[in-house]
Design a binder for this molecule. Structure first.
Ligand code: BGC
Length: 904
């Protein structure tokens, strides 16, 4: 008894001591925790500091790396030892040790010193493991079925091989990729819990392979490998108008299983002529747009076996080049939230429909027992029509239909493998039994991005808007940032991605996700610098170089740098940024970008019956010129960070000329713009295109324009992200709040009032009378207008980066719109930032959290003559708070890390 209480005391004490001291936590390597199978030659290491004491800054760090965990902890045989480096850098430290070898696990740890003379313990041991760093590391051969399919729709081929293992296995890795989407099984068990592998990239230039630790899946004696390959992005329907085979006509497999026995012997099982192939698997057909047909009766053909029975044919090896193989940079795609049906009912048309209560992306899992050969069909829809019937017209040519043929032998667990659907409702045909949470569930599937932001206020409609923005992000971040996840599109539209990036980075950790996508942008950018409208470029859509779409090349890298402080990423993208600006320069005349196809301010609001010519249209070349300036500015910013001084000079001069050309062409001497639309004023002001003396009147015109529409916005994809920012910046924060909280069309809350659970493509996807917008362009899950999320975090709760990656943070909330409270959190690379305020009886309470190794500038609005306390003490008496000053009626102060409770 005494022993246990002493032990407990010891534990409590050590927890207490640990909590008091400086610690290092959450080590990451290239944004991932313990990644396996990476190919970066200089991975970047990051960590977070945990400190109870306020105002903690790292003053030094020491890193060490070894290939054995014991050696690492004993400080022996180190691959790299940084020594104590006097530096505050705790993010993106490039590895600088001995050259990395293929197939090697590198263990690492770090310790830090702070400004309060604390030294942390060495951190927990983390690792990264390299994949196959050169094409020569591949001994496997590409295999295909010996019968050509000529790209026709048909069953997903299976590739199989059995093999004997001579004894217990100590370590085994599977390196695998495919033309098409693969699902690999070892001894009947799925390898990994990821979907849609190898992912979608610009396949001919960058094809990802995955690395799996499969040690536990193997056994001495007989083993079997079975890989099924679906059409996927490689050769299934992609782009509109029934286009197939965009990357090739035949699917194929590359498989390399490297085994190390307990006795040290090594063996490799690779794809080669010893494999067999069969078309008799249960996946009868699969297509990303159209769905999958699955015959559970054929599961018997996937049982572990010798692959010698009838139906297994020879494979052929193909000599594809291997230099396009890359390890994944981005996150894997896996299953996330599950939804039970909120309601199962018959529609007025008599169809059996289930409602999951949330528009989501993924699929439905069914558990059914029936007669062998019974067919159950699921169709997927985002909305019901006005009369309550199942509505699929807005899916255009995407069938979104999964068909299951029951085995009869058992309860079948049915879900598709190589397709995903965007839906809230499903229609079930061929089954009339009971359906509830025990046998019917919707599963959300998307890229593994850690949630990084939270945002909530006293207004439930606004909270629903935030939820809709986040669900728009989840559904459209399935390996590639897409426009929409349901109709025959689902493409990496560059305009949509740049518009939404900042909001995306508030809600989730999208660093690895966009790092991958930008790599595809790099390889798909044209030789002349022009940028396709979709990445990966499916080449079928012309229109490359549209303003606001092509500008993704400069916008996302710069915004990425702001959000994550990753200089290496900026350096990697620099040539692409510059090439894009040079492309525009090459086609511009007298510094005016006034040619080319442009989507313009896509899907802006137009009045239905515009007899007095009120409708706002923004000249497309006006928009192009504005983005030419913006891209050039982004390039200058990047050049400054990277120390490319000659470029800074060249492009600063160019920018001057671009702005002058803009003024000459599109602005009257008194400051009126040729296009009298909200978007025109928003772009001119946001990109600083007007001289100082013309800005106030332009902002006034913008505010007047909003008022003329009865406090409604009229902006499309390109104007919307900046609209509220510009209003707040130029003194119309109240107008920004009016727009945010507007409940009638067009507005952000109109869809919310209409029951939306995701962001719609159009301001009026469902019109006030319940009818739909044009079927050709009416997605109910399109994140672009969700770009308001960025303003919500930055203005309502006021969390902004003052220095890249939030090394220095601004907390400057601007309450408004009669909100009683608002609260936001953001996980940055340094740790959690929080800003949370409540206003009650004229008193404001503001809680702020600033992570260790950062500082903050805090602005308390309209506090000129107020007494401000922090946790009950006057702020000028608080040690961690400095530089308190009064600026234009606000109190500004500098604070070190820690938690603060302000009241005034
Ligand atoms: C997509 C968009 C895209 C647009 C380009 C649409 O079909 O869904 O979101 O940006 O085309 O104009």
């Amino acid at each position: 008894m005494r022993k246990t209480s002493l032990f407990l005391l010891f534990i409590l004490l050590s927890i207490f001591v640990r909590a008091q001291k400086l610690q290092v936590s959450e080590l990451t390597c290239n944004y991932k925790s313990n990644p396996v199978g990476i190919d970066a030659l200089q991975p970047q290491l990051s960590w977070k500091l945990e400190a109870a004491e306020r105002n903690t800054m790292q003053t030094a760090y020491e890193l060490r790396v070894a290939v054995s965990k014991t050696d690492l902890q004993n400080g022996r045989q180190l691959e790299w030892q940084s020594g104590k480096v006097n530096s505050g850098q705790s993010a993106h430290l490039p590895y600088k040790g001995a050259a990395l070898k293929s197939k090697t696990r590198y263990y690492w740890q770090v310790r830090v010193w702070d400004n309060h003379k604390n030294t942390s313990e060495w951190s927990d041991v983390n690792y990264w493991e390299t994949g196959l760093l050169t094409p020569n590391d591949w001994t496997a051969k590409w295999i295909q079925t010996s019968t050509d399919t000529e790209g026709k729709v048909g069953p997903a081929p299976m590739f199989g091989r059995s093999f004997d293992l001579l004894g217990p296995v100590k370590n085994a890795r599977l390196y695998i990729t495919a033309h098409g989407l693969y699902e690999a099984k070892l001894n009947g068990q799925k390898v990994g819990d990821h979907y849609f592998t190898p992912g979608w990239t610009s396949y001919h230039k960058r094809l990802q392979y995955q690395t799996y630790d499969v040690t536990a899946m193997l056994r001495p004696g007989k083993n079997a490998a079975l890989v099924t390959i679906g059409d996927g992005w490689y050769r299934g329907n992609l782009e509109f108008n029934h286009k197939r085979n965009l990357y090739g006509k035949e699917v194929g497999l590359l498989f390399q299983l490297e085994i190390e026995y307990a006795n040290g012997r090594k063996e490799t099982i690779s794809s080669d002529e010893n494999w067999k192939a069969s078309f008799n698997g249960p996946v009868k057909a699969s297509d990303i747009y159209n769905g999958e047909t699955y015959d559970a009766r054929l599961e018997k053909n996937t049982a572990v076996q010798e692959f010698t029975t009838a139906g297994w044919q020879k494979v052929k090896t193909v000599d594809f080049k291997l230099d396009n193989l890359v390890a994944p940079i981005g996150p894997a795609v896996s299953k996330h939230e599950r939804f039970a049906p909120a309601k199962v009912f018959k529609t007025p048309k008599g169809e059996l429909v289930a409602d999951f209560g949330q528009n989501l992306v993924g699929w439905v899992q069914l558990k059914l027992k029936g007669k062998a050969g019974d067919t159950v069909t699921l169709n997927h829809a985002e909305v019901l029509d006005k009369d309550g019937n199942f509505y699929t017209e807005n899916l255009r040519n995407a069938r979104q239909e999964n068909k299951y043929i029951l085995s009869g032998a058992k309860t079948d667990v049915l879900e598709p493998h190589f397709t995903f659907q965007g839906f809230r409702y499903i229609k079930i045909s061929g089954y009339n039994g009971k359906l509830d949470s025990t046998n019917l569930n919707a599963i959300a599937i998307y890229s593994d991005m850690a949630p990084s932001g939270k945002f909530a206020t006293s207004n439930p409609l606004l909270n629903q808007l935030q939820s809709n923005i986040q669900w728009g992000q989840k559904g459209n971040f399935v390996d590639v940032p897409t426009d929409c996840p349901q109709r025959d599109e689902r493409l990496g539209w560059t305009g949509d991605a740049q518009v939404f990036f900042k909001t995306a980075a508030y809600n989730m950790d999208v660093a690895a996700f966009f790092s991958k996508w930008l790599s595809d942008l790099n390889v798909d950018q044209h030789a002349n610098g022009n940028v396709p409208v979709v990445i990966p470029d499916v080449r079928a859509i012309k229109n490359a170089g549209s303003a606001g779409w092509g500008d993704v090349a400069t916008i996302i890298p710069w915004d990425f740098y702001q959000a994550y402080g990753d200089k290496a990423l900026l350096a990697r993208q620099y040539n692409s940024m510059k090439a894009w600006v040079e492309y525009i320069r090459s086609i511009s005349k007298n510094n005016l970008w006034n040619s080319g196809p442009h989507y313009g301010d896509w899907l802006f609001y137009t009045m239905a019956d515009d007899r007095d010519g009120k409708a706002a249209i923004t000249d497309k070349f006006f928009i192009a010129q504005a983005f030419y300036a913006h891209s050039t500015q982004n390039l200058i910013n990047a050049a400054k960070v990277l120390g490319n001084n000659a470029d800074v000079q060249t492009y600063t001069e160019l920018l001057k000329a671009i702005k002058q050309a803009f003024l000459n062409e599109y602005v009257t001497p008194s400051g009126r713009l040729v296009s009298s639309s909200q978007t025109a004023y928003v772009l001119a002001l946001n990109f600083d295109l007007l001289p100082e003396n013309l800005r106030a009147q332009a902002a006034q015109r913008l505010a007047d324009n909003v008022a003329a529409y009865g406090n409604h916005l009229t902006t499309g994809f390109l104007g919307t992200p900046y609209l509220c920012h510009v209003l707040s910046r130029f003194g119309y924060n109240d107008v920004a709040y009016k727009l945010l909280l507007q409940e009638t069309y067009p507005s952000w809350l109109y869809p919310v009032k209409k029951g939306a659970t995701t962001i719609w493509e159009r301001w009026d996807g469902i019109k006030p009378d319940g009818s739909f917008q044009a079927v050709s362009m009416n997605s109910f899950n399109h994140y672009a207008y969700g770009a308001i999320g960025d303003w919500m975090y930055r203005t309502v709760t006021g969390i902004t980066e003052l220095e890249p990656g939030y090394k220095k943070i601004s907390i400057a909330p601007k309450p408004g719109g009669n909100l009683k409270n608002a609260s936001a959190e953001l996980q940055t690379i340094y740790g959690k930032v929080k800003s949370s305020w409540t206003i009650e009886g004229g008193r404001t309470k503001l809680t702020v959290i600033i992570p260790a190794n950062t500082t903050a500038k805090i602005v308390l609005p309209n506090t000129a003559n107020l007494k401000i306390t922090e946790s009950g003490t006057a702020i000028d008496k608080i040690k961690a708070i400095t530089d308190v000053k009064n600026v234009a009626g606000n109190t500004e102060l500098t604070a070190g890390s820690g938690t603060y409770q302000f009241e005034y």
